[in-house]
Design a protein around this ligand. Structure first.
Ligand code: HSE
Length: 321
């Protein structure tokens, strides 16, 4: 059985999630693809950090060149977070012919053309299913099963933190600040929630969706964006009385050849399929000129759901090696 060697960069929520799935479902995966997948190295900032995170000592390295210069590593999984450094590392790996899998929407959205170009030059694969919608396999479907469509619109709830906050504000009639604090206490929201609540994370994800659906790159910085910090309990109450829900919607549509896109709190009639997407769940709703309207729904964050998408990408690449 051919052995595929992978390196994990980062062992946080997603890196560890992918590692756990590869071990939990090892036999099943190997049987399915007739290849064994071996985690060869795990890159961490320091050995102390590696210990804290539970990285097996024999795999841990703090030297990125242990991975980039290692000719036996076939696939690099970049799950460190950040933007510039991970993009540089992914570019180097791709140029040297190593395939890359990443959930890192910020690094990808800011460097989309550069990374695609590096993959083409290095004759390597770049896959990023986990970067939008966590465990929801929408990106693969858009690029494969739906590739025969011309898309006219893509819209979605692509941020779990803000969807959780808006859901609790709606269901419990609580003000934004109180729900945010509760979400942070429960570990749903980051200690610094800026990227989520200001719509920055959703804009990164929309930039990726636009690139895939419309073959056009729009920098996240150029996507008009409004977060949820200005949504009040009174706004929610007024929406409820009118039979509507407020959702943070990322949307792009092409009309008469012109792209319109935004991330903003949006009123949806309760009958709209996206209005029923609650708590930390995500959904992506696309309209194609052949398939019509289609919605993908599932868990947009978390170790195992996001790890599931990462492992799916690893398997897709492993099958081609
Ligand atoms: N902070 C993100 C969210 C994590 O809340 O959806 C998944 O990308």
């Amino acid at each position: 059985m051919k052995e595929i060697n992978i390196a994990l960069l980062g062992f946080g929520t997603v890196g560890k999630g992918a590692y756990d799935i590869l071990s939990m479902n090892k036999e099943l995966i190997e049987k399915r693809i007739n290849r064994s997948i071996n985690v060869e190295k795990v890159f961490v900032r320091s050995m102390e950090r590696a210990k804290e995170l539970g990285v097996p000592e024999a795999l841990a390295t703090t030297d990125i060149n242990d991975i980039l210069d290692n000719v036996f590593i076939d696939i690099v999984v970049e799950a460190m977070g950040g933007t510039d450094y991970p993009a540089d590392i992914m570019e180097k790996a791709l140029l040297s012919g190593k395939s890359v899998v990443t959930p890192n929407k910020a690094a990808l959205a800011a460097n989309f053309a550069r990374l695609k170009d590096a993959a083409a030059k290095g004759n390597a694969s770049l896959r990023f299913e986990a970067s939008v919608g966590g465990g929801i396999p929408a990106l693969t479907a858009i690029q494969e099963a739906l590739a025969g469509n011309q898309f006219t619109e893509v819209m979605g709830i692509v941020n779990g933190t803000t969807n959780y906050i808006l859901t609790k504000m709606t269901e419990e009639g609580l003000p934004y600040e109180e729900v945010l604090k509760d979400a942070q206490d429960k570990g749903f929201a980051e200690a610094d929630p800026t990227a989520d609540v200001e719509g920055i994370d959703a804009a990164n994800k929309l930039s990726i969706l636009i690139a895939l659906c419309f073959d056009e790159y729009i920098s996240p910085e150029d996507i008009p964006r409004e977060g949820i910090t200005g949504v009040t309990a009174a706004d929610i109450e007024a929406a409820t009385v009118a039979g509507q829900k407020i959702k943070l919607i990322a949307k792009a549509a092409k009309k008469d050849g012109k792209m319109e896109c935004s991330v903003k709190p949006t009123l949806l009639p309760v009958s709209h399929p996206l209005a029923g997407v609650s708590n930390e769940f995500n959904a992506i709703y696309v309209t194609g000129n052949a398939v019509g309207e289609l919605m993908f729904y599932g868990r947009g964050a978390g170790a195992l759901p996001t790890g599931s998408a990462v492992v799916g990408d690893i398997i897709a690449i492993a099958k081609t090696l």
